[in-house]
Design a binder for this molecule. Structure first.
Ligand code: BJW
Length: 225
C-alpha cells in the first residue's frame, strides 16, 4: 500500500472563504505578524490577540469543507493508500470533511492552552486571557496555536512519515514558513517523489518533481481521481 504524506496550507481553505496569509488581501495586511502571531505580541497585547483569534474561530465555524478537503478524505477512505494529512491550517475543515489521519502542526482554533502550566482544553467560541485554567486556576488562557519562534507539533512523527513515504504532496502553501517549507527538501533527500498542487508556483516550486497549478477545488479532485 503506497504511503502518501500530504502537506496542506491556507490555499486549500481559500475557496471555503477563509483568507490566506500572504495574498494581497491576506490577514497580515490588517495585523502585523509580530502583533498577533508571536509570544511577544501576546505578552504585549493579549486582548488584541484574543480578539484576532476569536474572529478567526468565528470565520472557521461559518465555513464548510470544499471539494479539495472532500477529495483528500475520499482518498483516505477508499483504503488503497495509507494517507497522512499534515496541515498548517488551524481551521477544522479537514476533520469536518472526514479526514482521520491528521496532524495540526500549527495547532488549532479548537484548542485553548494555559500559558502558565501548559494544560490544554477545548476552546470556547470566545476566549479571554482572564479565563481561568481548569487545571491550575491561573488566568493565562491563550489559543493553542503555534506562533513564530515556537516549536510546531509532532515534528519527529512528521519527519519519520516523510522519510518512509512513497509520495509527498504539497497543497495550497506558499512555502515561506519553516519547518513546513523544508518538507520538500527533506522528501527529496530521502528519495521520495514530490508533487506540488497550488494556485501558482510556490517559493520552492523548482524543488518539486511535478507541479500542477490551479484552484485547489479543481487540481486536488483531478489528482485524486
Ligand atoms: C491557493 C488558492 C486556491 C491561494 N487553491 N492554492 C529565517 C529562515 C528560516 C526560518 C526562519 C527564519 N527566521 C525565523 C524562522 C523560523 C520561522 C519562519 O519560518 N519564518 C519565516 C517567515 C522565514 N518559523 C517558525 O518560527 C516556526 N517554528 C520554528 O521554526 O521552530 C523552530 C524549529 C526549528 C527546526 C525544526 C522545527 C522547529 C513556527 C511557525 C509558526 C507559523 N505560524 C503561522 C501563524 C499561526 C497559525 C494561525 O494563526 O493561523 O501559521 S504563520 C502562517 O503561515 C500560518 C500558516 O500556517 C503559515 C503558512 O502559510 P501558508 O499556509 O503557506 O499560507 P500563505 O498565505 O503563505 O500561502 C497560501 C498559498 O495558497 C499561496 O501560495 C497561494 O497562491 C495559494 N492559494 N488560493 C490553491 N484557491
Amino acid at each position: 500500500m503506497a504511503r502518501i504524506v500530504i502537506l496542506t496550507g491556507a490555499g486549500i481553505s481559500a475557496e471555503s472563504g477563509i483568507r490566506t496569509f500572504r495574498a494581497a488581501d491576506g490577514l497580515w495586511e490588517e495585523h502585523r505578524i509580530e502583533e498577533v502571531a508571536t509570544p511577544e505580541g501576546f505578552a504585549r497585547n493579549p486582548d488584541l490577540v484574543q480578539r484576532f483569534y476569536n474572529a478567526r474561530r468565528a470565520a472557521a465555524a461559518a465555513a464548510a469543507p470544499n471539494a479539495a478537503h472532500l477529495a483528500l478524505a475520499a482518498l483516505e477512505a477508499d483504503g488503497r493508500h495509507a494517507v497522512l494529512v499534515v496541515t498548517q491550517n488551524v481551521d477544522d475543515l479537514h476533520e469536518r470533511a472526514g479526514t482521520q489521519n491528521l496532524i495540526h502542526m500549527h495547532g488549532t482554533l479548537a484548542g485553548a492552552v494555559c500559558a502558565g502550566c501548559g494544560h490544554r482544553w477545548p476552546a470556547p467560541a470566545q476566549m479571554h486571557i482572564t479565563d481561568p485554567c481548569p487545571a491550575c486556576g491561573k488566568p493565562k488562557t491563550r489559543p493553542d496555536i503555534v506562533w513564530f519562534g515556537e516549536m510546531p507539533y509532532r515534528m519527529e512523527e512528521i519527519w519519520a512519515a516523510l522519510r518512509q513515504a512513497d509520495l509527498f504532496v504539497s497543497i495550497g502553501t506558499s512555502g515561506n514558513v519553516y519547518p513546513a517549507a523544508g518538507f520538500v527538501a527533506d522528501a527529496m533527500h530521502a528519495g521520495v517523489p514530490t508533487l506540488e498542487l497550488n494556485l501558482e508556483p510556490s517559493a520552492g516550486t523548482r524543488m518539486f518533481d511535478t507541479a500542477r497549478h490551479g484552484p485547489a477545488t479543481e487540481v486536488v479532485p483531478a489528482w485524486v481521481r
